[in-house]
Design a protein around this ligand. Structure first.
Ligand code: PHE
Length: 346
């Protein structure tokens, strides 16, 4: 039989429990629940005050059942706190997601779909054509050393291309042309050396990329432009193979009504060297790039024995090809990022 003492306590526990419950129900945020939870767990909370009064109950049975009553009430209060905080976390997460979400639908509408730049398009088509001819793609760094850009390519220290007027040096220009001098590559030819140093012949590679020269921009020049380099190193490679690849490439890339020719020229890294032109169906010749048989010194710099292997290389500018193909009048238009210009080529 519960004594009066206990039933009075029962009413107090119930009062403390329901006061705690209505506090919890009245909260409006997770932070508020946490604050109230802290207060309810504190020594001075109503339930804990009742708990510390348990010692005063003389009858052990009555003390035990009073303790159980208080524990049950505390457990219910704890459970209510947990549930309330979980509710707020779900709500807060939902509103965070709603406020941070991006509306991507505008990018999915066809009128807003982007397209790659005409130079990128040309580069990708070039890669496709050369992959079709059995070549692999390689890339090299845009920031190079004097060694790879000049020295290894058989360019004497007095070569005009090495002057401070053509090359953008990262380190102060040194008249001594230290091999480690750092610069922006002026052509993609240094990648020939890097490929020879890391691959074993037979090598059939094309190397597209960005190159840099100290040119003043005008309708046909930009200080930053793009080239694609080709390199073949194998046994018994002759000039006829070079001419054959240039012709096969011309037809595959420009169409069967185009043809190519080679004109004698000079490059320090090829011997003999040639300039190659393509003929439009209307009879006009367009100069495209340089080529030649890889100079024995260049093979040696790449760690290849010139008595065992021979090879050819070629290189040409991509920007001008894109310009020709799309009849762009001024090459600078391609780099001003005017969307009205760029969207014409999707
Ligand atoms: N690197 C030369 C240039 O930029 C082109 C070239 C590449 C010529 C390979 C011959 C062989 O003009």
């Amino acid at each position: 039989m519960p004594s009066d003492e206990t039933s009075d306590l029962g009413a107090q526990v119930e009062a403390a429990r329901s006061a705690a419950m209505s506090l919890i129900t009245g909260t409006t945020s997770a932070a508020e629940v946490a604050k109230i939870g802290g207060e309810l767990a504190g020594k001075k909370s109503a339930l804990n005050t009742l708990r510390s009064g348990l010692g005063k109950i003389q009858d052990p049975e009555a003390r035990k059942s009073a303790g159980q009553l208080i524990n049950e009430a505390s457990q219910q209060v704890d459970a209510a706190l947990q549930q309330r905080i979980a509710e707020f976390l779900v709500l807060e997460r939902a509103s965070q997601v709603a406020s941070e979400s991006l509306d991507l639908t505008e990018f999915a509408t066809p009128s807003r779909r982007g397209n790659s730049h005409i130079v990128t398009q040309a580069m990708e088509r070039l890669e496709d054509v050369f992959i079709g001819l059995g070549f692999q793609i390689a890339e090299g760094p845009e920031v190079e050393t004097d060694f790879y850009n000049f020295e290894a390519l058989n360019m004497p220290r007095t070569h005009p291309a090495r002057s401070e007027f053509d090359t953008m040096f990262i380190e102060p220009f040194s008249k001594d042309h230290e091999p480690n001098t750092v610069l922006l590559r002026t052509h993609t030819s240094p990648v020939q050396i890097r490929v020879m140093q890391t691959w074993e012949p037979p090598i059939y590679a094309v190397m597209p990329g960005r190159v840099f020269r100290r040119d003043t921009p005008d309708a046909t020049h930009m200080p930053v432009f793009h080239q694609i380099e080709g390199l073949v190193v194998d046994r018994d490679i002759t000039f006829a193979h070079l001419a054959g690849i240039i012709e096969a490439f011309t037809k595959a890339f420009f169409g069967n009504e185009f043809t190519s020719r080679l004109r004698p020229s000079f490059f320090p890294f090829t011997e003999p060297s040639a300039e190659f032109d393509i003929k439009r169906p209307n009879g006009d010749w367009i100069e495209l790039g340089g080529c030649g048989m890889v100079h024995p010194n260049v093979l040696r710099a790449g760690g290849i024995d010139p008595d065992e292997f021979t090879g050819f290389a070629f290189g040409f500018g991509i920007d001008r090809m894109a310009k020709e193909r799309h009849n762009v009048e001024d090459i600078r238009e391609m780099y001003t990022n005017d969307l009205r210009f760029l969207r014409q080529f999707s």
